[in-house]
Design a protein around this ligand. Structure first.
Ligand code: PEP
Ligand code: MG
Length: 580
């Protein structure tokens, strides 16, 4: 059986499934005599204390194993544990109903769970998982149950679970884990982030894989395609193993290009950069031959936590990246919260149209306290490497000028505070709204570079919500509309001497590489694993050929024609395997 999910971390593995059944805890219900109520509350408080100790222990383990720069999920868990609502509501139920602590905790958790499940927001729904994780831990401690653990796996297995809580992943015996497959989750869920960070192949959002797979059953997971095959026939298994082999051969071949430039056969050169979300991911640059970080999404700092990160904390992270990759450059994007990236700490109100709402630079301009703190941290970090600043979701010249004005203010304040920063720090704007695209000539006067954020540009250009599955068929990167926008941005920018990067997902799509090259991009920034393949494609053509291909592709009147032309004119897959 083939089950389709969301590709979360690349790689193909075959092996035995280890199904982590998340057992439903049997919650006892019994009366507590009035005179023993204080004792029952103490029993509850003791369980909280034990839970706190456990969480602090895991937090430490994660810090040691994954580095301090990893998002501090467990601080959020500790905050939940200390949440007065959780504590006080439980105690109130115990006192008012003369009922045992387990039952009271379960009631409070059920109520919180219901509130969360009615919320449409992905990030918030994922936070509900944090509550469940903490709640289960408290209940286990009350019930005196031992934790089911992945700490002592005897064989190499593929973990199949409903969802992997951060604490489960953290305690896992990683040398015996071949891959993950989970029922729930998206590309930004904890499991996906952890899997990428540990470079373990993973597929998430598989629906009910835990119901379909038995413990010990053979399964294959393909983290490139986002599929899981259960109980594969010999021929299927052979096909996947062959694909893995081919990928390994290809990887080996492409590995040799690690130090080679992304240069066409006639010497036209562009830069291939990495998109990162976590400081720790800079380790992948060297492995895939990235020439720097073209997009550092800083939002992850603000998610999954209960407080706003201080200037010092942000400075340390930005400095770590800048210093670690020097002399390679890093483009740090200022906060792009809102839309589907919701951070509860910022208390942004719920909106009907979040993607058209109070997000990204709009939010930052309205909250100069948060914006300035981040700019100070970035500017200070610029002393330790080659740092550029980039604003997300610019939609008008005025907005860009306002952001630059605040940047100048921050520079003046830093000077006054005798804090150093690089004098020639470059500033860029993301072009991801139709209004920015169409006025690119105006915006070009205020920045050193543009980076085209096609993930958003496509959704705004086509009026298609990028996370709505029902209309996903309209989300077409190669549509004549999107291509015309991209061409217009590149031409307008170049006329004003501004460098043009593309940092949306299409930058790593080998079917579109020649198109983007031919249109004249100067830089492509992508998930680092895609770099070797894109480089190989670039190295197999001349710039003249690429220009002709782009010109021809621009002449078609439908996405289908563009796509089939780009697939056939210089078959990308063939180019990958071509001798070079
Ligand atoms: C984009 O919109 O293309 C982009 C790179 O930014 P994000 O995906 O973070 O919105
Ligand atoms: Mg964007």
């Amino acid at each position: 059986m083939l089950i389709k999910g969301v590709p979360a971390s690349p790689g193909i593995v075959a092996g035995k499934a280890f199904v982590l059944k998340s057992e439903a805890l049997a919650i006892p219900k019994y009366k507590i005599p009035q005179k023993e109520i204080t004792l029952e509350i103490k029993r509850y408080m003791d369980a909280l204390a034990r839970t706190r100790k456990e969480l602090a222990g895991i937090q430490k383990k994660v810090e040691t194993e994954l580095g301090e720069s990893y998002p501090d999920i467990f601080s959020a868990h500790l905050l939940i544990l200390d949440d007065p609502t959780l504590r006080e509501k439980t105690i109130k139920i115990i006192e008012e109903n003369n009922i045992n602590a387990e039952y009271a905790v379960a009631q409070v958790l059920e109520k919180i769970g219901k509130t969360f499940s009615n919320i449409a927001d992905n990030y918030l729904r994922e936070r509900a998982q944090d509550f469940k994780d903490v709640g289960k831990r408290i209940l286990k401690n009350l019930l005196g149950k031992k934790e089911e653990t992945l700490a002592n796996l005897n064989d190499k297995v593929i973990i199949v679970a409903h969802d992997l809580s951060p604490s489960e992943t953290a305690q896992m015996d990683k040398k015996n884990v071949l891959g993950f497959a989970t029922d729930v989750g998206g590309r930004t869920s904890h499991t996906a982030i952890m899997a990428r960070s540990l470079t373990i192949p993973a597929v998430v959002g598989l629906g009910d894989i835990t119901q379909k797979v038995e413990n010990g059953e053979n399964i294959v997971i393909d983290g490139h395609e986002g599929v899981v095959v259960t109980n594969p026939q010999k021929s299927t298994l052979a096909r996947y193993l062959k694909k893995r082999k081919l990928l390994a051969v290809l990887e080996k071949k492409l590995n040799k290009l690690k130090k080679a430039p992304a240069q066409t056969t006639d010497g036209h050169r562009i830069s291939l950069m990495a998109n990162i979300e976590m400081p720790k991911e800079v380790d992948l640059l060297e492995r895939y031959g990235a020439e720097g970080v073209g997009l550092y999404r800083t939002e992850f700092f603000f998610l999954n936590r209960g407080d706003i990160p201080s200037e010092e904390e942000q400075f340390q992270a930005y400095k770590y990246v800048a210093e670690r990759i020097y002399p390679l450059p890093v483009v740090i994007r200022t906060l792009d919260l809102g839309g589907d990236k919701f951070a509860s700490i910022l208390e942004t109100p719920k909106e009907i149209n979040p993607f058209l709402g109070w997000r990204a630079i709009r939010f930052c301009l309205a909250r100069p306290d948060i914006f300035k703190t981040q700019l100070r941290a970035i500017l200070r970090a610029s002393m330790y490497g080659k740092v550029s600043i980039m604003y997300p979701l610019i939609s008008a010249l005025q907005e860009l000028r306002q952001a630059n004005k605040i940047l100048e203010e921050v520079k003046r304040e830093l000077k006054k505070d005798k804090k150093e920063f690089s004098k020639d720090i470059k500033v860029g704007a993301m072009i991801e709204t139709p209004s920015a695209a169409i006025t690119a000539d105006l915006l070009a006067g205020e920045v050193n570079f543009f980076s085209i954020g096609t993930n958003d540009l496509i959704q705004y250009a086509m009026a298609v919500d990028r996370i709505n599955e029902k209309i996903a068929y309209l989300y077409q990167p190669a549509s004549p509309a999107v291509l015309r926008f991209i061409k217009h941005i590149i031409d307008s920018g170049h006329r004003k001497g501004v460098k043009i990067a593309v940092c949306g997902e299409i930058a790593g799509d080998i079917n579109l590489t020649l198109m983007l090259l031919g249109l004249g991009v100067d830089e492509l920034s992508m998930g680092p694993v895609a770099i070797p393949e894109v480089k190989q494609i670039i190295r197999s053509v001349s710039i003249e050929e690429a220009r002709k291909i782009a010109e021809k592709a621009m002449s078609f009147d439908s996405t289908e024609k563009v796509v089939s032309y780009l697939k056939s004119v210089k078959e990308p897959l063939k180019l990958l395997y071509k001798k070079s």
